[in-house]
Design a protein around this ligand. Structure first.
Ligand code: SF4
Ligand code: SF4
Length: 130
């Protein structure tokens, strides 16, 4: 399985990862269109970096069978099947399914690794496990 591993002790909250993700997937400068989220204030969740860990818990919750695990282990949303009910968003145990007013469907990290390439401190890295 492929996923984005995080080490919050290394994160300097530069937000380069968010900018890279929004640009890579939506050609946008709007960081709220990023699948990885950086909190300047960790708040009650005590979390700085929030991103999908590819657990796949959402797969069985989707009434349209729009969520699946790809051959490389990454959990994907089939936009052709998704009706935007947002059940997966509310269900996600790590709160890492994203929504934005510009899009009907939610979106999530697919472990492409573009953000990790831009991270100056290696706080995020692509990992592969069996
Ligand atoms: S928003 Fe789309 S992917 Fe999520 S549960 Fe609803 S139909 Fe499935
Ligand atoms: S690019 Fe790296 S250091 Fe910068 S906010 Fe993202 S994870 Fe943190």
């Amino acid at each position: 399985m492929k996923f984005l591993q995080k080490d919050e002790t290394l994160c300097i909250q530069c937000h380069a990862c968010e900018s890279t993700c929004a640009q890579a997937f939506f050609k946008s400068d709007d960081r709220t269109k990023s699948s990885i989220k950086i909190f300047d204030d960790p708040g009650e969740r005590n979390e700085i970096i929030n991103v999908c860990n590819q657990c796949g818990e959402c797969i069985s919750i989707c009434p349209e069978l729009a969520i699946y695990r790809a051959k490389n282990g990454v959990v994907m949303i089939d936009k052709k099947k998704c009706v935007g009910c947002l059940m997966c968003v509310g269900f996600c145990p790590t709160l890492s399914m994203r929504i934005h007013k510009d899009f009907l469907e939610p979106f999530k990290c697919i472990a492409c690794g573009q953000c990790a390439k831009q991270c100056p401190t290696k706080a995020i890295e692509i990992k592969h496990i069996d």
